[in-house]
Write a protein that binds this ligand. Structure first.
Ligand code: GUN
Ligand code: ZN
Length: 456
């Protein structure tokens, strides 16, 4: 099928690739054969059936690199910081997944919602229950989404209803990995999912790191999200130099490791993570909602860390990656403005000499980093996510050779002046982020299969 629309894709170097009257040729296997100017494609492939989608735009599907499927039903409960929020709201909600029918229903709603919002790759935490995990995979298999999922592991300091035996947790996770990792030509993959160090023993973490290595599977966990959490890790692992050292000692850090949040990492921790090739997953709305902090996104990027973007539902209130991209830009702007304000305050202190001022500015992290732009946020939500998963050859842009994971977007839903002929791509992208509306997603395709159609 040759789709005719306005094509917009990340180019891999923080710019956009665009064809105002574009064509996307997709073969029977769901792979992108060609992408470019429509006239040229039509001439090169004269027999191709054309589907004219104008005035809609085609963009690559979005990659949500970290979220919690069982928390979808208890989002947006405000008031608590991470550790008490988990105890009060999250653990009771996850305990309900011992009933696999509850789990199956939740998974169906969750993936359907993601597809309707334009997310084509879903990386998610499940609960400790292996049957519930199996049902979630089956739902992902059925609905067509690309998914990396994992049964949560916790063998220490968890509530009774969710506490696991170390050996059973490892065995059940490995069985799920054997069943699902690489299924359907790699559309479904497994992530070993130790929740975070405060609820995992060293033995569990070392065991799962070995299992992930054996199977070429992912590891996903949380790191350095809140100050209370970091203090807890210090109490539980007094021998470790810092939080990152706990995971490093277990052998958990590598290019297939996804570390949620990473807001408060020290310089030396960042260096260890960068060298390991692991990815920091930025979840700005969750960070704001549970008062965790504002990640220095620009700094992490300029240091060469691999960074992806995610909703972190239910810490984040919504599954929509458009709003998450806007939140990443806004969090970055807030940080920038605060730094500038603090700099001005320092300038106002009488007698603060050059060298002392420099040292204070360094201690307070006051460098004037430019805020992150919508085009950069779009890269985080597409190509960077694909790279973090080692799936750059499969998804994350509209380049030929990749699977046809794309969305059809109606620009008129977000542009009050939609009567204008053609909007510059960067302006349109900015509007899509800041004014996102679920009704702008007309259709979502994964590997060429239409998995969502508005109103269908
Ligand atoms: N850290 C450990 N578990 C969780 C969770 O479920 N959500 C968030 N945001 N952080 C966590
Ligand atoms: Zn999370």
């Amino acid at each position: 099928m040759l789709y005719r629309a306005h094509l917009l894709s990340p180019d891999g170097s923080a710019r956009l690739k665009e064809f105002a009257d574009g064509g996307l040729l997709v073969d029977e296997a769901g792979r992108i054969v060609d992408a470019g100017a429509f006239e040229a494609l039509e001439a090169a492939h004269p027999g191709a059936e054309v589907m004219d989608l104008r005035p809609h735009w085609i963009l690559p599907g979005l990659i949500d690199l970290h979220s919690h499927l069982p928390q979808f039903e208890c989002v947006a409960l405000d008031g608590l910081e991470l550790m008490p929020w988990l105890e009060t709201h999250i653990f009771p909600a996850e305990a309900r997944f011992r009933d696999s029918e509850v789990a199956a229903r939740a998974a169906r709603d969750y993936f359907r919602s993601q597809l309707a919002l334009g997310t084509t790759t879903s990386v998610a935490y499940l609960t400790v229950h292996p049957e519930a995990a199996d049902r979630a995979f089956r739902e992902a298999e059925r609905c067509g989404i690309r998914a990396v999922l994992g049964k949560v592991m916790m063998d220490m300091h968890a509530p009774e209803a969710l506490l696991e035996d170390t050996g059973a947790s490892l065995r059940q996770s490995e069985e799920l990995c054997e069943t699902w990792h690489g299924r359907d030509g790699g559309r479904l993959r497994y992530a070993f999912t130790p929740r975070f160090a405060p609820v995992c023993s060293g033995e569990l973490m070392a065991g799962l790191a070995r299992a992930a290595q054996r199977h070429g599977a992912y590891i996903q966990t949380h790191i350095s999200e809140s100050v209370g959490e970091i203090e807890r890790v210090r109490e539980l692992f007094p021998e470790a130099a810092d939080y990152t050292a706990v995971y490093a000692a277990a052998g958990m850090l590598g290019p297939r490791t996804l570390l949620g949040h990473g807001i408060h990492l020290s310089r030396s921790e960042r260096e260890v993570i960068r060298e390991s090739g692991a990815t920091i997953v930025h979840c700005p709305r969750s960070n704001e909602f549970i008062k965790s902090g504002i990640m220095p996104l620009r700094r992490w990027l300029s240091e060469g860390l691999s960074v992806g973007l995610a909703t972190d539902v239910g810490g984040g209130p919504k599954l929509d990656m458009w709003g998450e991209m806007a939140a990443a830009c806004n969090a970055s702007k807030t940080r920038w403005a605060l730094q500038r304000l603090q700099g001005l305050r320092l300038d106002g202190v009488e007698g603060l000499d050059g060298e002392l001022r420099t040292r204070i500015a360094l201690a307070l992290d006051l460098d004037q980093d430019d805020p992150v732009t919508p085009v950069e946020a779009f890269h985080l939500a597409t190509l960077h996510g694909a790279r973090a998963l080692g799936l750059e050859a499969e998804t994350g842009s509209l380049d030929p050779g990749k699977d046809a994971d794309f969305i059809v977007v109606d620009p008129r839903r977000v542009d009050p002046a939609a009567s204008r002929a053609v909007e510059p791509a960067e302006e349109m992208l900015s509007r899509l982020l800041y004014r996102s509306d679920p009704a702008m997603i007309r259709a979502t395709y994964v590997r060429g299969r239409r998995c969502h159609a508005l109103g269908a």
